[in-house]
Structures are given as structure tokens and as C-alpha cells.
Design a protein around this ligand. Structure first.
Ligand SMILES: N[C@@H](CCC(=O)N[C@@H](CS)C(=O)NCC(=O)O)C(=O)O
Length: 203
């Protein structure tokens, strides 16, 4: 398998899942600022022009973080990233990833837009992201990971939003998120993904 990613982007979520699953995979880094995601050779891999994309050994390409993370979890069942079909814990992890992909991630869009044009970010857009981060934080109260004491596929996004919120946009990060990030930083797979992507996380 080969993961197409960009350093510090949402593809870090899939990268963390692959490493935590103990998957064997190669990586290919794209520079989004230089527009490598729109070059014809990459559009042949992912016509959407986005990362992540996971190319499987038979050449098939999977895109969208929740799909990639679920596939990796299901093909590496001993990793314990996702519970078996029919178990509530599986649905909870998928519920969480769907929220991350469909609500939290897009809410950062206007902030990235402002960053690119060096314009001040719209306060309403910042407030929307802050609301998501606060809800994220409340959910983590009293537990190190999204589903409780054990890390799971649902934790793959935490580092992405922590990094964006704190380091790129100076948003408020609650203590429960910080505790979760600390716990995630102890995991060898998370450490490997961050090292490969050359992303430095401080809590
Ligand atoms: N829905 C996709 C979103 C992928 C996405 O937006 N990736 C961004 C990086 S975080 C990207 O590739 N942006 C490049 C561009 O839009 O040109 C997913 O969850 O995987």
C-alpha cells in the first residue's frame, strides 16, 4: 500500500491509523502549497486532487479519511482500532469520524482561506471552529481517548485538529483535549506518523 499525504494535513489521521494498525505501507508526500495535488500524475491517482489517498497493492485507490481509517482497521483486526460489526463501539467510532470529516474539518475551511490570502479570519468562522473544539473537549472529560480507556480509530483526528487549532489558528484548546493528545503522543504509531510527516506537537 502507499499513502499519499501532505505534512500536517488531514491525511495525518489516516497516517496515524496505518501506523497504529501496524500496516506495511510506503508513503508519498505532496506539497499542497506548490499545487502538487493538482498535477496530472496525481490526478490519475486521485481525481479529486486531495489528500489522503491510499493506493492498495492491486492498484485500487481509496480516498476519504473515514473510509481509509475503517478499511485499515478492518484489514488489521488485531489492532483493535474498530470493534466488530454490530457492536455499539464501532458505531460510536464511525459517528465520531463522520462528525470530524463532515463538520469539524470543513469548518476550518474559511480559516485556511484567510491564512492563504493573509486576510483576517472571519470571527463567526473562528467561533464555529471554537464551538466544535469545545464540544470535542467536553466529550473527552474523564477519559484519555474518544471511546474511553482504549485508543481506537476515533482518535485518529485528534492530533490534526489540535495542531491546526493551537498552532495554526491560536484557538483555545481545553484541558481534556490536551490530556488526550498527551496520551496519544505515548503511542508508537502516533510517534512514527508525526516523525515521518515532520510535525512537531507540544502540549
Ligand atoms: N473529505 C476529504 C477531505 C480531504 C481534504 O480536504 N484534504 C485537503 C488537505 S486537509 C487537501 O487535499 N487539500 C488540497 C486542495 O484542496 O487543493 C477527507 O476526509 O479525506
Amino acid at each position: 500500500m502507499k499513502l499519499y499525504y501532505s505534512s500536517g494535513s488531514c491525511s495525518l489521521a489516516s497516517h496515524i491509523a496505518l501506523e497504529e494498525a501496524g500496516a506495511r505501507f510506503d508513503t508519498h508526500r505532496l506539497n499542497l502549497r506548490e499545487g502538487e495535488q493538482r498535477r496530472p500524475e496525481y490526478l490519475k491517482i486521485n481525481p479529486k486532487g486531495k489528500v489522503p489517498a491510499l493506493q492498495l497493492d492491486d492498484g485500487a485507490v481509496l480516498t476519504e479519511n473515514p473510509a481509509i481509517i475503517s478499511y485499515v482497521a478492518d484489514t488489521h483486526p488485531r489492532s483493535g482500532l474498530l470493534a466488530a460489526p454490530g457492536e455499539l463501539a464501532r458505531a460510536r467510532a464511525q459517528e465520531w469520524m463522520a462528525w470530524c470529516a463532515s463538520a469539524i474539518h470543513p469548518s476550518f475551511g474559511p480559516l485556511f482561506g484567510a491564512l492563504r490570502t493573509q486576510a483576517p479570519a472571519d470571527e463567526a468562522a473562528r467561533a464555529t471552529v471554537q464551538g466544535h473544539l469545545d464540544r470535542f473537549d467536553q466529550w473527552l472529560a474523564g477519559k484519555p481517548f474518544v471511546l474511553g480507556e482504549q485508543r481506537s480509530a476515533a482518535d485518529a483526528y485528534t492530533m490534526v485538529f489540535y495542531n491546526w487549532g493551537r498552532n495554526l489558528f491560536g484557538l483555545r484548546i481545553g484541558d481534556h483535549i490536551k490530556k488526550s493528545v498527551k496520551a496519544l503522543l505515548e503511542l508508537p504509531g502516533v510517534q512514527r506518523a508525526l516523525a515521518t510527516q515532520e510535525v512537531k506537537i507540544e502540549v
